[in-house]
Design a protein around this ligand. Structure first.
Ligand SMILES: Nc1ncnc2c1ncn2[C@@H]1O[C@H](COP(=O)(O)OP(=O)(O)OP(=O)(O)O)[C@@H](O)[C@H]1O
Ligand SMILES: [Mg+2]
Length: 261
């Protein structure tokens, strides 16, 4: 199983959309995908039709020693080949409860290793804040996707994310290879163009050479609880993510993706 994390220390940049869309596209290629919702807000959990305020199984129990095997916590979605480990709002209390305990950074890595033969890909959707959940995702992943909204303010979040990556690299055996993905790109606005130029200047090696455009079909897809690939496969947004997937597969398979500097 390959593990990809989707993270940025900024809200609303398209993290959940990226994880769900890539899951849809991978599943259409016959890959078995496990979505892991690591955000206490549970947007991805809701997207897939579950209630983060409900009392069903969630990642929370994994952090508290688990109740049985990880496999038993996984739920099906209405999409063949896409399963999910759901989030619950209780995840928000983890930092306070576990903050300083040793070994709590590897809960996800260890949990996923139990089921590594059951899925081809695990896609981890991170919260926009640095805490035990983000640390777990970055410790577990083979590859990191950093969506960045194409606007000036988003670049601050990206800087914070870059600092977090270098901090994590000190603790990992190997640096995290990552790709910065400009999202919500609106070619009619100067702000989008300028933000992209800025990213090109500052992160020339780690930046994807294309963009994900603004596309209203994403909102429609999330309303329908479906990856865009399943409801609007010919939309600009879906096509852009297919191109991104090609790129990710190429880097990931080459085994020497773009390493953090
Ligand atoms: N390319 C896009 N075009 C148009 N709308 C988009 C696009 N990407 C995401 N959106 C919409 O923008 C909103 C935020 O996206 P999303 O939830 O994926 O961001 P996020 O980074 O996961 O946010 P959070 O930090 O709150 O978890 C959603 O309503 C989503 O449907
Ligand atoms: Mg999200």
């Amino acid at each position: 199983m390959r593990i990809w994390a989707v993270a940025n220390q900024k809200g609303g940049v398209g993290k959940t959309t990226t994880a769900v869309t890539l899951a849809g596209l991978l599943s259409q290629r016959g890959q078995r995908v496990l979505l892991v919702d690591m955000d206490p807000h549970g947007s991805m959990t809701s997207y897939m039709g579950y209630d983060p305020d409900g009392d069903g199984s969630s990642l929370y129990s994994l952090f508290h020693g688990g109740c049985g095997s990880v496999a038993a916590m996984i739920r099906n979605t209405q999409f063949e080949k896409i399963s999910i480990l759901t989030a619950s709002t209780a995840l928000a209390t983890l930092d306070r409860q576990l903050g300083t305990q040793d070994g709590k950074g590897l809960v996800i890595a260890r949990g996923l290793s139990q089921i590594s033969d059951d899925y081809d890909y695990a896609l981890l959707d991170c919260p926009p804040t640095l805490g035990v959940l983000m640390v777990n995702a970055l410790a577990a992943c083979h590859y990191l996707i950093v969506p960045v909204q194409s606007e000036f303010l988003a670049l601050k979040g990206l800087e914070r994310m870059m600092r977090t990556i270098s901090m994590m690299n000190h603790a990992r055996m190997a640096p995290i290879p990552y790709l910065i993905v400009p999202t919500l790109f609106d070619r009619r606005t100067r702000a989008s163009g300028q933000a992209l130029e800025n990213m090109k200047e500052r992160y020339p090696q780690a930046l994807w050479n294309s963009i994900i455009p603004v596309d209203t079909q994403f909102r429609e897809a999330s309303r329908a609880g479906s990856p865009i690939s399943h409801v609007a496969s010919r939309s600009r947004g879906s096509i852009a993510y297919s191109e991104l997937l090609e790129e990710l597969l190429m880097f990931d398979e080459s085994d020497h993706g773009i390493a953090a500097g």
